[in-house]
Design a protein around this ligand. Structure first.
Ligand code: DC
Length: 224
């Protein structure tokens, strides 16, 4: 039987979180943000002073990790080992650390297994980089979101400014390009659209329109 999963993949800032949350809400499905998992492992590795390429250290962090996503009505809070890390994992630095640890194959295996268990627990909209290609290649609906680097940098800056962080637009653009390069050229599960994914460019298309298009396709394929 096909998993009841809608896979939403794409690079940083393409609109995955906004679109995925809206889809999950419209369908009454669970929402899983797999990027948050890599961010949590990156955060803990950084705090412990671990080498981001040390597979044993990352696997140990992962095995000891108690991770809970808690919906408080306003948004999903990420609780790692009893501590609310929702804010800490969203900094630009945490994004870079996540991208670095996500290259390690042994860590990916652990997190992919966890993501499969989450998706099999009930109907789920799951966002990430490899959901349609690796985690749920049998997903009945796969979406790959894209947007120009300039537009993605603009969105990231707005997010960071909303947090009260100071932003350097050019630096964010450079970091996004660097992260794209690392995420799409790594040996294990590089970022790429699944052959059967619907590719949507969100640079100029509004969120409402994108969400409506995906819901119509889900309906057509009798996914929900
Ligand atoms: O979606 P995000 O920005 O929160 O993801 C942070 C990093 O985690 C991203 O640079 C690559 C990695 N990642 C991944 O390798 N596979 C996923 N399924 C999700 C995220």
């Amino acid at each position: 039987m096909k998993p009841r999963v809608i896979a939403v993949d794409g690079p940083a800032g393409a609109g995955k979180s906004t679109v995925s949350r809206r889809l999950a809400r419209a369908l009454g499905w669970s929402y899983v943000d797999t990027g948050a998992m890599y961010r949590v492992v990156g955060l803990i590795a950084h705090e412990q002073g671990a080498d981001f390429a040390d597979a044993d250290a990352l696997v140990a962090i992962c095995d000891a990790l108690e991770l809970v996503f808690e919906d408080d009505g306003e948004g999903v809070r990420t609780i790692a080992n009893g501590r609310d890390v929702s804010r800490d994992i969203r900094s630009a630095e945490a994004g870079q650390h996540a991208s670095k640890v996500s290259v390690v194959a042994e860590l990916r295996q652990r997190l992919v297994a966890l993501q499969r268990r989450m998706g099999e627990a009930g109907p789920t909209v799951m966002e990430g980089r490899d959901i349609g290609t690796v985690v749920f290649p049998d997903a009945p609906l796969k979406v790959f979101l894209r947007a120009s680097v300039e537009e993605r940098a603009r969105r990231r800056c707005a997010d960071l400014e909303a947090r009260g962080d100071s932003v350097d637009r050019q630096r964010i653009e450079r970091e996004i390009a660097e992260r794209d390069q690392r995420d799409s050229t790594r040996a294990t599960s590089p970022l790429r659209p699944a052959d059967d994914a619907l590719i949507v460019d969100t640079t100029d298309e509004g969120i409402d329109q994108v969400v409506a298009r995906i819901l119509a396709l889900a309906d057509e394929r009798q996914v929900p």
